[in-house]
Design a binder for this molecule. Structure first.
Ligand code: SF4
Length: 334
C-alpha cells in the first residue's frame, strides 16, 4: 500500500503541492507542524484549507517537550551546583523549566538557548520529528510505502537546485537516535517534489487557477511564510515584521528574557551574536556587554532600520538563501 503525505506550512509552495495532490485525485494526508512561532494568519490559512479546496483536513502536529524538560530539571538539580552555578540561578532555572505548551519556547527552554543558522535544531525538533512520529511512523510501521510530497523548487536556492523530483530516502530522520533509525531501516520512504521545476510565478498562478487566495502574509511584505520571525530572517524582513507585526517582536523579547533566565550565563538571544558583524565585535572580550538591550531582538530591530550609515550588513544571514541542512531537503521551512 502507498500512503501519500503532503507537508503543509501555510506557505505558497506547500499549498500548491496540496493543490497538486488534489488535482491528481489520489488519496492523501496533509500535515502541518505547529512551531508555536507562526503568524495567526498562517494558522487561519491552514485551518481553512480543506474547506476552501474540498481537500482533506490538515492533520495538526506539535512537538511536546514535557519529558525532556523534566529530565533537564533533574540534570540541573544534580549537576549545576557542582559546576559552580549560583544557587539563585539554579532556583530560577528550575522554576522556569516547565512546559508552556508553546513548542518553540519549550524547545528553547529545554536547550537553554535559541537555534541559529549553525545550530538549526528547530527544523528537526519542531517539524521533521513531530511529523515523522505522529503521522509517518505509524504508516511505515503498518507496512505502507510512504511518499512525502514536498513543495520545494529548484530556483529557490543552490542547495535545492539539484534535488531530484523523486527520490528514495532514509525513512527515519537523521536527527533521531541510532536505534530508531535501525528499527526503520527496511521501511520504504520516498520524496516527491512536484514543483521542482516551477517558478514562484507558476506557484501564484496555480493558486489563481484553483481560485484559492494565497496566505495574506505575501501581500503584507513577507517574502516567506514560517516562523515569524525565523532565526535566519534577513534584515529587510525583520524591518517589515517590526513595522507590520510589532506584537511578534514583543513575543520574541519576552522569550529572550525567559530563556536568558534558564541559561547558565544569564543571556540568550534570538539572533546569534557571533553571526552578527556588528554585535560580534569584541564578543570574546571579558568586558563585552551581553545585556539584551544591546544584543537582543530590539537592538536588531533598530539596526534593521539602518542602511549604510548604520554599518549596513544586509546579508547578515543571506546564507539562509542557500542553507544546506535537512530543512532544504524536506522543504520543511520556506
Ligand atoms: S522557519 Fe526558521 S526558526 Fe522556524 S523552524 Fe524553520 S529554520 Fe527554524
Amino acid at each position: 500500500m502507498i500512503e501519500n503525505v503532503v507537508s503543509v506550512s501555510g506557505g505558497k509552495d506547500s499549498t500548491a503541492t496540496y493543490l497538486k495532490a488534489l488535482e491528481r485525485g489520489l488519496p492523501f494526508r496533509a500535515v502541518f507542524a505547529d512551531t508555536g512561532n507562526e503568524h495567526e494568519w498562517t494558522y487561519d490559512f491552514v485551518r481553512s484549507l480543506a474547506a476552501r479546496t474540498g481537500g482533506p483536513e490538515v492533520i495538526w502536529v506539535k512537538a511536546d517537550f514535557t519529558a525532556r524538560l523534566a529530565k533537564k530539571r533533574e540534570y540541573i538539580a544534580s549537576h549545576w551546583a557542582r559546576e559552580g552555578i549560583s544557587a539563585s540561578t539554579i532556583e530560577t532555572a528550575l522554576s522556569l523549566l516547565h512546559p508552556t505548551g508553546n513548542p518553540f519556547l519549550d524547545l528553547c527552554l529545554w536547550k537553554t538557548r535559541f537555534p541559529s543558522a549553525k545550530a538549526r535544531f528547530c527544523t528537526d525538533e519542531l517539524k521533521i520529528v513531530p511529523i515523522f512520529e505522529q503521522v509517518q511512523r505509524p504508516l511505515l510501521a503498518a507496512g505502507a510505502s510512504m511518499v512525502s510530497w514536498q513543495g520545494v523548487r529548484a530556483d529557490e536556492s543552490l542547495a535545492r537546485a539539484d534535488l531530484p523530483r523523486f527520490q528514495r530516502i532514509d525513512p527515519v530522520p537523521y536527527s533521531m537516535p541510532a536505534d530508531a533509525r535501525h528499527k526503520g531501516a527496511n521501511w520504504k520512504a520516498f520524496v516527491y517534489r512536484p514543483l521542482i521545476s516551477w517558478s514562484a510565478r507558476d506557484v501564484f498562478a496555480f493558486h489563481k487557477r484553483h481560485g484559492l487566495p494565497w496566505n495574506p502574509l505575501y501581500d503584507h511584505g513577507m517574502s516567506r511564510v514560517g516562523c515569524l520571525p525565523c532565526v535566519m530572517c534577513k534584515k529587510g524582513e525583520l524591518r517589515s515584521i517590526a513595522q507590520r507585526f510589532p506584537d511578534h517582536i514583543d513575543k520574541i523579547e519576552q522569550w529572550e528574557a525567559v530563556v536568558s533566565q534558564v541559561s547558565k550565563r544569564g543571556n540568550s538571544t534570538f539572533f546569534n551574536v557571533c553571526d552578527d558583524p556588528v554585535t560580534s565585535e569584541g564578543w570574546d572580550k571579558p568586558d563585552y556587554d551581553w545585556s539584551l538591550s544591546r544584543v537582543g531582538i530590539r537592538a536588531h530591530v533598530e539596526w534593521s532600520k539602518t542602511s549604510r550609515g548604520g554599518r549596513q550588513y544586509d546579508a547578515f544571514l543571506d546564507a539562509a538563501e542557500n542553507f544546506g541542512t535537512s530543512c532544504s531537503e524536506w522543504g520543511a521551512c520556506e
